[in-house]
Structures are given as C-alpha cells and as structure tokens.
Design a protein around this ligand. Structure first.
Ligand code: SF4
Length: 391
C-alpha cells in the first residue's frame, strides 16, 4: 500500500525548512503572484529555487499555488512565470483555472493538482478532470466521508483532502465578503477574514460572529487512510513555525504508527491533547461524517486564545551548550518539553540559563534574544522548547 502523503503549508523559506524537517512529505507554497495568500510573505523565484533544492535533498516535494481567480488582466505574464517556476524545480502546480491545466500539461512534465477553490464534490466532475489530464484533485472541504470513498472507488483519481486547520464559513472560493467590507478581493489573495470579525448587532446582545471552528481529523486518520485518500493537507501558510512543527510531528507520529501497526488509543489521545493545546480555537470534524451544523460554528462568546507556549528554538550547539532563539517567557526551575525533528518529546527541567555573554540568568524574558543553555541530551538543530503539554 502506498503511504499517504502529509502535505504542509509554508508561507516563507523558514517555515518550509521547518515543515520539511518536522515530518511533511510535501510542502505547498505561494509565489509572489497568482497565490491566494497575499498576506503571507510568499516566495520570490530565487526563493522557490532554494526551497526546491532544500526539499529535494530531503526527498520532499514542493507544490506551487496558482489558484487566484484569473481575470483578463492577470493572464498576460502567467505563461512566462510558469516557465521560470518549472525551471526552478517545482513538482506540481495547484491551479483553479482550467486554462492553466491545458497549458501546463501540454508543455511541461509537472503534475497539475486542481485546487479546492474549484469546489469539486462529485465523481462525474472528477472523471471530466481526469480526461483533461489533471493529476490530483483537492476536494471541496464540504465533501463527506461516503462521497470521498465513492469518488475514489469510481475514478481511482488521486484525492487530497484537508485534515487540519481553519475552515471557510462560506464554500471555499465562493466568498466575496472581503471585497464588500474592505475592498480586498478574496479570490485574488486579499481575504481579510471577515467571517472572523465580531459584529455588534445592537447594544443589548453580545457581539455576533459567523466564524467556524477549526478542522481536526487526528482521531480519524486510520479511516481516512483506509478509504484510499492520497494526500492529507494541513491548512495555514500564515501559521508560525512552532505551530507547523507541533501539528506536523503529531500527524507524522499518527500516520507512521498506523503503517507500523501500532496506532493505539493511548497514542491517539496523547496526540489529540497536543493538537488541541496548540490550536487557538475549538475544533470539529465539520463535514466528514455529516453536514456541518450549529455545533461546528461560533455565534457568540468566541473563545480564541493567543498561544504563548513556544519558548525557543535551538539554532546552534557546541558540546551540549545550545544557543536558543527565545520566543516567550520562561525561567530556571520550569518543567518544559523539548520537541525534536526526530519526533521525540523530551521532558526537561530548566536548571541553567545564560545570556549571550555566558553570564548566568534566572529568567528568559526578552523575546527574540539569543540565550545559552546546557542540556545533556543530544538535540538536533531546530529542536524547540515549549511549555509542558503532556503529564
Ligand atoms: S472571509 Fe472567511 S469565509 Fe470568506 S474567504 Fe475569507 S476566511 Fe473564507
């Protein structure tokens, strides 16, 4: 059985490297044009090449989104752009406009994946797209389990589905709230997340929100593998490196445990605890088992917490003296965890801390400063320190 792909988002080179070393099999990125996340830093042509070189050395793949809604004025330079990006080493394009399918498949030996923006929900559309030589389809997020299974059984098409992250309140790619509220075109990279705003309806009631909860399919990975899905996609090109490392390593452990025949309930409970802790919203399975409903949605009292669990990342080491780029407050005496690119989670009690001049200090309280810490474990670069998630 071919192993399912774990597909990660990356908004810049740092995140791409973190995704590669924390368990992703493939990473999707946006270029500086034609991508739906205009607020992410996005990749220049040089950075796309560097991203592909880095990922390919680790036997990972890189996909580029070209999934804006193209108007006439967007077309002029896109062919030239595609040629340059193919030369940079991209493995696949994620497109939403059908003219790109024909152009790319007729001229290059790269895969074309149809974006979730196209809202594909049935096997007849999938068959049509197969005839157009589309290699993979990212189904609409609104397709349920039984329909996914039937689509795969009737078409044998490579199917990608979202497993984790934020969801649109509206059918993906069919929302113009940002255009009306902020003059920003959500279908050309300008979504201002209006659905997450709180609206005052009158003076008496709490403010109203139409935001949906996040998607979290960790408990059902076994089922999703067994119905034949090709790729599991994590949402979030704007998410932090810490979020990516935490989420990807959890899914990596679940997927690997499944294929090694040791996916236990204990392991699942542990990973679900981690995934709930790193998220800043409640979560749900949305459309997978039934139509999403009132319980999958916020209306009032939206509870979003900012996460300050990320304490620092190891950026250098010498004889177990590690240099840490600090992110949030911690102090000597704290019980913390260290996560590593080897997928380990190590309990650690902070018993020493030094500033950059190697003078002992008691607290780390200057975000982004460089600190030193002696730790007896062998820790790879990019290991991360976080607050304690597990008992
Ligand atoms: S405003 Fe909300 S529903 Fe609309 S595109 Fe943006 S995230 Fe999706």
């Amino acid at each position: 059985m071919k192993k399912v792909e774990l597909l990660a988002p990356a908004g810049d080179l740092e995140r791409l490297k973190i995704a590669c070393i924390y368990g992703a099999d493939a990473i999707y990125i946006g270029g500086q044009d034609y991508s739906l996340r205009a607020n992410a830093n996005n990749f220049s042509l040089e950075e796309i090449k560097e991203a592909c070189d880095f990922a390919h050395k680790l036997k990972k793949r890189v996909y580029l989104t070209l999934n804006i809604v193209f108007h006439n004025e967007d077309i002029e330079n896109v062919y030239d752009y595609i040629k340059k990006v193919v030369a940079a080493g991209i493995d696949a394009f994620i497109v939403s406009d059908l003219f790109l399918v024909r152009y790319i498949k007729s001229n290059f030996l790269v895969e074309v994946h149809l974006s979730t923006q196209d809202s594909i929900t049935n096997y007849l559309s999938v068959r049509y797209l197969q005839e157009q030589k589309v290699d993979r389809i990212v189904l609409a997020r609104e397709v349920g389990r039984d329909d996914i299974k039937e689509i795969i059984a009737k078409t044998n098409m490579a199917i990608e589905v979202f497993i984790h992250g934020a969801m649109c309140t509206f059918v993906s790619g069919r929302c113009v709230l940002s255009n009306y509220f902020t003059n920003r075109d959500s279908n050309r990279g300008g979504c201002a997340q209006i659905c997450r705003f709180c609206f005052d309806i009158n003076d008496e009631t709490d403010s109203f929100s139409m935001a949906v909860k996040d998607l979290n399919m960790s408990r059902y990975i076994k089922d999703m593998i067994e119905i034949g899905i090709t790729s599991f996609k994590v949402e979030g090109r704007m998410r932090s490196p810490f979020y990516l490392a935490t989420v990807l390593s959890s899914y990596r452990r679940i997927i690997d445990a499944y294929y090694a025949n040791n996916l236990t309930d204990d392991l699942l409970q542990k990973e679900m605890k981690i995934l709930e802790r790193v998220s800043n919203r409640e979560n749900s399975t949305h459309f997978y088992f039934q139509e999403a409903s009132v319980k999958d949605q916020y209306y009032v009292g939206r509870n979003e917490v900012s996460n300050q669990d990320y304490l620092g990342i190891i950026v250098d080491s010498k004889d177990h003296l590690y240099t840490i780029n600090q992110r949030n407050y911690f102090k000597v005496g704290d019980e913390i965890e260290i996560i590593t690119p080897n997928m380990d989670i190590i309990d650690y009690k902070v018993d020493n801390l030094y500033n950059a001049k190697l003078e002992p200090i008691e607290v780390a309280n200057q975000a982004d400063s460089m600190l030193k810490i002696k730790i007896e474990h062998d820790l790879p670069l990019y290991s991360m320190l976080r607050k304690k998630y597990l008992d």
